[in-house]
Design a protein around this ligand. Sequence first.
Ligand code: ZN
Length: 481
Amino acid sequence: MAYEALYTRGRPKTLSQLIGQEHISNALAKAIAAGKLSHAYLLVGTRGTGKTSTARLLSKAMNCDKVHEAQLNGQPPDKKEIPCNKCDSCRNFDSSPDNVEFDAASNRSVEDVTRLLSTAYLAPLRARVKTFIIDEVHMLSFEAVNSILKLIEEPPPNVAFFLATTEINKVPMTIRSRCQVLNFRLIPQTTIAPYLLRLAGRLNVTLQEDAAKKIARLAEGSMRDALTYLDQCYSMADGEITLADVNETLGLISDESLDEIISAVRAKDRAAVGGAITRAFRSGLAANAIAESLITRLRDIEFDMLDRSDRDFSDFDRLIDALRKATGEMNGSGIPDIILEMTLMKLAAPVQNFSMPAQAAMPSENLDAGKKFFYDVVNFLGAEDLGLNKLLDQAVVRKFSGDVLTLAFKSSGVANLLDKIHRRQFEEAAAKVAGRAIKLSVVVDENLPSPALNKLFGTERSNLENAIKTFDATDAVKIRS
Ligand SMILES: [Zn+2]
């Protein structure tokens, strides 16, 4: 037997199987019982929430012999029997010439739509009601929308329209006001996970509960995505789907690995952070994916804390903020691994209180004064932003004249990072230290000696700071460059 995707097998066959949209299935069941179905529905919601499935169920129900019979007898049909899936009409629905489905995204021209809709004016061949299901209706051209509008305003007898869209704001008001609107909700994780477990049970597949939860979380409210993920894991797994299978199949980092990184950062154990992040990189994941997984994991931890009325989020908020910022910096940077590692290392740096220098160096045209000023700015910035710190460690003060501080770098990549990402942050600090606006000029000099990385943090850095106060600041700067 050919393999049938779970997505197809998991599709609802009756209104009672429409998961997570009970407000819609209940309203529709009532409308069917009262014989008050509309001839035009606008189904609105994110992808994978059940819009097309609902349109198909309604199309089928409008033609179902059993539903029709129940209506005639004045007995409201049960949601489990809407449609019955047993009568001739139901069984032949998939091949029925009286049900027309098309995707507006690939049939946008007015000719396409006119051709598809032209049959609306002809009586149904076999069915009671001829149905049109149009996906992504907001993608239609202006003329195509107008031809649909005409049909909805003066509908031919025995025709029904189901217009689905993910972007209601792009659907003209003229259409919206003439349709009955059904708003599909994002399906909560707490609904998706148990459904996946039930489905797996029906298929005799062992699905671990934590694996189901992970898939439900990844699906972000879309049942279709959840079933697609489950499908991928199902085809790879050997009879049983575990959390490890989900992580491996979908290329995810395990919660344990993420927790290891988070714990190391919180413990301010930089060696452990280094080890954990190296292991994460070794698993072949991109830095961006790791950062995003960390943010998701931190959010989950915060949600769990809410449940326990544990409200000290400061550590986690700090991590999330820094990771969000790092994700922005990583995009197109060329060195995303380094940025992520630096961000985490910075967060694991011991807490310290850098005070603003009591007397900021007054800028002059003197290069030594420039170095002293630069070092004051570095001190003012503190070890808080480790990414910036590491960049500045590679800077050589080239010139300081008037309001312009020129820094030279051997690496154009590093120079670019400072120039494009951290310029404002640096200039703001420089202005505070100098007491007036300072402009940063960044130059690349490939002939510079390779910069020795400054490994100083925390107390080591404080010691150097004191040493500079005791000895000559400019000598210390020379050591740095
Ligand atoms: Zn039927």
